[in-house]
Design a protein around this ligand. Structure first.
Ligand SMILES: [Zn+2]
Length: 216
């Protein structure tokens, strides 16, 4: 007779690949590696659109362009927020759209977005919130927290409660004071410098514009 071994751990091959990815992506080093491999995190010497120089450049859209990866990251962000019992995800367009949608999928709640009209962040397209809604604001990257706070105000103006905020990356250095619980999958410090005070320039390293290819 065939005997079962109920206490034996399932063979690794029986664990769905997506679930394994979710588990293995939980360390900071592996998240950083994922960002580097997708080109979402560049390290070197960059001239940013602001004119400032930096040793790093982050473009979260490049890691989110792979839907299965976006889904995995969304599930990981959702796991950090589930205890807040959110009923809706609100994201600012455009950067927050994809990750917000994936967090909404993982939480099993609506994912709506706010966009600018005449410079004012607002709900359009018939999106609405009610006073019973427990909103989480989701972004790809939080830098100063300004965009997140502005999106929180959209929910509050609509009469909803904001119970938390989440992001894939926190590059605020812990300075994004949002007044609600905030969870990111990892933090990264990418200091910026005035060109005249840039230590990389001082070392004589060539500066490049992120995403540009060397031209003749
Ligand atoms: Zn420089």
């Amino acid at each position: 007779m065939y005997t079962t071994q109920p206490h034996q751990a399932p063979a690794p091959s029986r664990i769905p690949v997506a679930r394994m990815l979710a588990v293995t992506l939980m360390t900071r080093d592996e998240l950083l590696d994922l960002f580097r491999r997708s080109g979402a995190l560049l390290e070197g010497h960059f001239r940013l659109s602001s004119g400032l120089h930096s040793s790093g450049f982050l473009q979260c859209a490049l890691v989110l362009q792979t839907p299965s990866t976006a889904e995995t990251l969304g599930r990981a962000v959702a796991d950090k927020l589930r205890g807040l019992r959110p009923t809706v995800v609100l994201s600012p367009a455009l950067g927050g759209l994809i990750i917000g949608h994936e967090v909404g999928r993982a939480l099993g709640v609506r994912a709506i977005f706010a966009e600018r009209q005449d410079g004012i962040l607002t709900l359009r397209r018939g999106f609405s919130l009610s006073e019973t809604d427990r909103t989480v604001v989701i972004e790809d990257v939080v830098t100063t927290g300004g965009s997140t706070r502005e999106t929180m105000q959209v929910a509050i103006a609509a009469g909803a409660q904001v119970v938390g905020a989440g992001a894939v990356v926190d590059r605020s250095g812990g300075r994004a004071d949002l007044g609600v619980p905030f969870h990111a999958l990892f933090d990264i410090d990418l200091p910026t410098y005035e060109p005249s005070a840039c230590p990389l320039c001082a070392k004589g390293l060539a500066v490049v514009k992120p995403g540009s290819r060397p031209t003749a």
